[in-house]
Design a protein around this ligand. Structure first.
Ligand SMILES: [Fe+2]
Ligand SMILES: [Fe+2]
Length: 275
């Protein structure tokens, strides 16, 4: 039995071993961080890909190999800060997720959408909804992104903002010529000209059309269309005032306020945790 914490440390004398060829051939090196100089313990860290990311792909067959690899004394699963990601502050705010976690493309898309909404003189609720509408794509999950996104922000924004974010996903598929909204060309490119949205989205759209907040969500889709210029740079601070008035930032930090969605923010802080 180890007598002290010192004895429990994996020994530094174990040299990192070569990744088995089978795992290399399967492309699993993408999920494994080799020991780096910036890792104090020099251990290899394995990232187990989330089920939602690999289900239905060849990667899903290699879970066992990754579990076996973790039994090696120089190898552990990723838990806590991944050195490949910037460290988040102890009490992260919305801005920290935008700057330290979200990829450049979705971040730019969100900021540009909000900027267009502001330039169009729209209500702060619409600007806020535009700023946050694809937050799930930026940091969590792509499928059902409107619903994940609405859930993420619901405790911190006006219910109308959360509703608009949730419904924009369905509304994107259905034109409303009366306000100049057409089916997006991007969706023809992404899904093919013959794609037809499933029944549950049709029902969502029909119900949303009759809702008193319909236009708030529709405006999200209208400002969504013209917001894909990757060369335009928008500073998050441009929206500091809008965020200050429309997003109730918890004092404990997002992820640590005990809200029903705190775990979702923690998942974005430590997206590679094994558990
Ligand atoms: Fe969206
Ligand atoms: Fe969008």
């Amino acid at each position: 039995m180890p007598e002290s914490i010192e004895d429990q440390r994996p020994t530094a004398r174990v040299l990192p071993h070569e990744l088995p060829t089978a795992l290399r051939d399967a492309g699993l090196t993408n999920w494994i961080r080799e020991p780096l100089d910036d890792a104090v313990d020099r251990r290899r860290r394995i990232i187990m890909p989330p089920a939602a990311a690999v289900m239905g792909t060849p990667m899903s067959g290699h879970q066992g190999a990754l579990l076996a690899e973790a039994r090696h004394p120089d190898t552990v699963f990723m838990m806590g800060d991944n050195p490949a990601l910037p460290t988040m502050p102890e009490r992260p705010a919305l801005k920290d997720f935008f700057l330290l976690r979200f990829g450049r493309i979705p971040r730019t898309h969100l900021l540009q959408s909000a900027r267009v909404a502001r330039e169009n003189g729209l209500d702060e609720k619409v600007i806020t909804a535009c700023l946050l509408h694809d937050i799930a794509i930026a940091g969590l999950l792509t499928a059902n992104h409107g619903y994940w996104g609405a859930q993420l922000v619901r405790p911190y924004v006006d219910e109308e903002v959360a509703w608009a974010i949730e419904k924009h996903e369905a509304l994107r598929y259905f034109p409303d010529e009366s306000v100049g909204y057409r089916y997006p060309q991007a969706y023809v490119d992404y899904f093919g000209a013959d794609y037809s949205p499933p029944d549950y989205l049709r029902r969502e759209h029909e119900a949303a059309r009759k809702h008193r907040w319909y236009m708030t969500s529709r405006l999200v889709t209208i400002n969504d269309i013209y917001s894909f210029d990757p060369d335009v740079v928008v500073d998050f601070d441009e929206f500091e005032d809008v965020v200050g008035r429309n997003f109730r930032q918890p004092a404990e930090g997002l992820g640590f306020d005990g809200s029903p969605v705190a775990h979702m923010w923690r998942t974005m802080i430590w997206p590679n945790n094994f558990l």
